[in-house]
Design a protein around this ligand. Structure first.
Ligand code: F6R
Length: 263
């Protein structure tokens, strides 16, 4: 695992957007795993900008989102399909037929989860998976005690997650209680993982995820098992990292990061 610390939230999101753009330019057929949430909004704004100003091409890439709420139609403003259409899919030259999210309205949710797994497999697996982190340490909606080998399935959200997402629904009572999410095992099979966390309220959970013991109580600790995981944080979210001096040293000196040091 590598941890990159950038001065502020915009710089951190900017680095993540540039890593995605680099991978997409190297492989226009990229299979890209996507996340939603407030942290990602800047990443998608920057990708839209790169599409407009630098002709970043999304026409051949395929996408798989981590999760979707159970019970929300795609035109509900709280649904992740709605979020993705608004922040990215309809603003770049993405073929909507190449964009995938679990169907939270499926009558047979177990069958839907199996279908989603097989779609990912048919696409040849995910090349690059974007991740955020919840205040309870979830990645996707893998809430505490998600098995480290779990696959796409329905999870009950924690009260913390419901509170975290309440402002987007106009109150916690309106937040769906369940979601379909890729499992921890599904995420760990992606070829590259890229997690973005910003803000002081993420500092404690970022330190636990990166430097704490691996435990299914905090799904993000499983990322320590992945062979190619980059965690990008701003100074505020890095506030409780023990190894920050070393992480800064790596970013300043590692040749792989030279092209990303300019901003
Ligand atoms: C959503 C998802 C979640 C969020 C996490 C952080 O698709 O995968 O794990 O990334 O809850 O959300 P924000 O960015 O709103 O703090």
């Amino acid at each position: 695992m590598e941890v990159i610390i950038r001065p502020g939230a915009d710089a951190a999101a900017g680095l993540v957007a540039r890593i995605i753009a680099k991978e997409l330019r190297a492989n226009p057929h990229l299979v890209l795993g996507l996340a939603t949430g407030r942290t990602m909004e800047t990443v998608y704004r920057l990708l839209r900008q790169m599409h407009r100003k630098e002709r970043l091409d999304f026409s051949l890439c395929r996408t798989f989102n981590l999760d979707e709420y159970v019970g929300l139609p795609s035109n509900h403003p709280g649904s992740y399909r709605f979020y993705m259409n608004r922040h990215l899919f309809q603003k770049v030259n993405m073929d909507l037929r190449n964009t995938h999210l679990p169907d939270g309205l499926a009558r047979d949710l177990d069958a839907e989860c199996a279908r989603y797994e097989s779609l990912i497999a048919k696409a040849g697996g995910i090349d690059l998976q974007l991740l955020g982190i919840g205040q309870d340490g979830h990645i996707g909606f893998n809430e505490p005690l998600s098995a480290l080998r779990s696959r796409t399935r329905v999870k009950m959200l924690t009260p913390t997650t419901i509170q975290q997402n309440a402002p987007l629904f106009g109150g916690s009572s309106k937040v769906p209680r369940r979601a379909v999410t890729m499992g921890v095992g599904t995420i760990l099979e992606c070829r590259r993982l890229l997690l973005l966390a910003t803000g002081r309220e993420k500092a404690d959970i970022v330190a636990k995820a990166v430097e704490g013991p691996i435990t299914s109580m905090i799904s993000a600790t499983s990322l320590q098992l992945h062979h190619r995981c980059t965690v990008v944080v701003d100074e505020a979210a890095a506030g409780q990292l023990q190894g920050a001096v070393y992480y800064r040293w790596i970013f300043a000196n590692e040749p792989e990061w030279a092209e990303f040091r300019k901003s």
